[in-house]
Design a protein around this ligand. Sequence first.
Ligand SMILES: Cc1cc2nc3c(=O)[nH]c(=O)nc-3n(C[C@H](O)[C@H](O)[C@H](O)COP(=O)(O)OP(=O)(O)OC[C@H]3O[C@@H](n4cnc5c(N)ncnc54)[C@H](O)[C@@H]3O)c2cc1C
Length: 323
Amino acid sequence: MKPFKLIQPTHENEALQARSSDGSEYMAAGTDLLNRIKEHVASPETVVDLKKISGLDQIESDDRGIWLGAMVRMSEVSGHPEIQRRFPAVATTVGHAATPQIRNMATVAGNICQKPRCWYLRHEGYPCIKNGGTGCWAKDGENEFHAIFDNQICSATQPSNLAPVLVAHDAIIEVQGQDGVKEITAGDFFTGPSENPLMEVKLSAGEFVRRILLPAETETSLWAYEEAREKQSFDWAQASVTILLDRGGRKGDHRVILGAVSPAPLRREDMEKKLNGSDDEATQAALIAGEGATPLSQNGYKVPMLQGLIRRAVRVVRSREEG
Ligand SMILES: Cc1cc2nc3c(=O)[nH]c(=O)nc-3n(C[C@H](O)[C@H](O)[C@H](O)COP(=O)(O)OP(=O)(O)OC[C@H]3O[C@@H](n4cnc5c(N)ncnc54)[C@H](O)[C@@H]3O)c2cc1C
């Protein structure tokens, strides 16, 4: 591990100042960043630790919804009674991630800004396009866990459990930068490699996530989250499906978001249209799951896996409707 200078600012402005040099990185709990430093795939000169900035670890409600401070821990989200009641899909999805130990440490901002789990990206010996090299080594290599959609430039998937459900809720990511605070909807925040292969989220140099808003107008008790993974714990999803029905009580305002099958959470409006309450809606939605997919040599199994998850998720969400 290359030594680095640690700065622990107590104010947001100090953090922005400290992060203004090229060789610096923000750190929340460090469960991802420190691993990448140990693996020699990140080598910041300076690490700007956000833990001591007051106010970033709060969960607050107002007219707009529930705000999650950047430094709120994942276990606080999954165990929070108001989030469980108003945004059950968020509480449950976060509660499925990683391990209890990691959820007790890891933060919501760190979760949505974590780097993909591609083994080529995380191996110092491979100059892949995501770490400044060229090409995608997984495309013709070991690609069992990689993307089946939008995988031409880079086939790493977005690893965050929170990401798809934030997109489903049109969550707002509040970002602090040198020019002040701005808001980005989750659907725009998570990006694919065609925009900038080095980035998975839309943060400019030096900007940091300040808070995340779960908007009141997208609350719904009609939700389902289904995922498949090799191990119950200490693992990542191979594929996931998040369904929200009738968001904010608006009939037909549905969202279907696929996770872990593309570089950014994938909204499927074609599937949303199939959710019309008919007897065969689950089959109809599942049938089109593979449309647009370009599976690689080892990950074609993700298409039938998605179909099974979609069928299950539709059954779950309809059973919630029936009470
Ligand atoms: C065995 C294992 C299994 C896992 N399984 C899952 C899983 O199933 N689902 C899942 O979602 N995750 C999983 N994870 C990943 C884990 O959830 C992340 O490591 C964690 O969420 C990162 O949070 P952190 O606070 O430690 O972030 P850090 O490691 O501190 O930071 C991660 C990245 O985010 C950046 N960052 C942090 N805070 C901010 C901010 N406020 N603004 C801008 N950038 C910021 C950092 O610069 C860094 O690049 C797993 C991890 C392990 C080790």
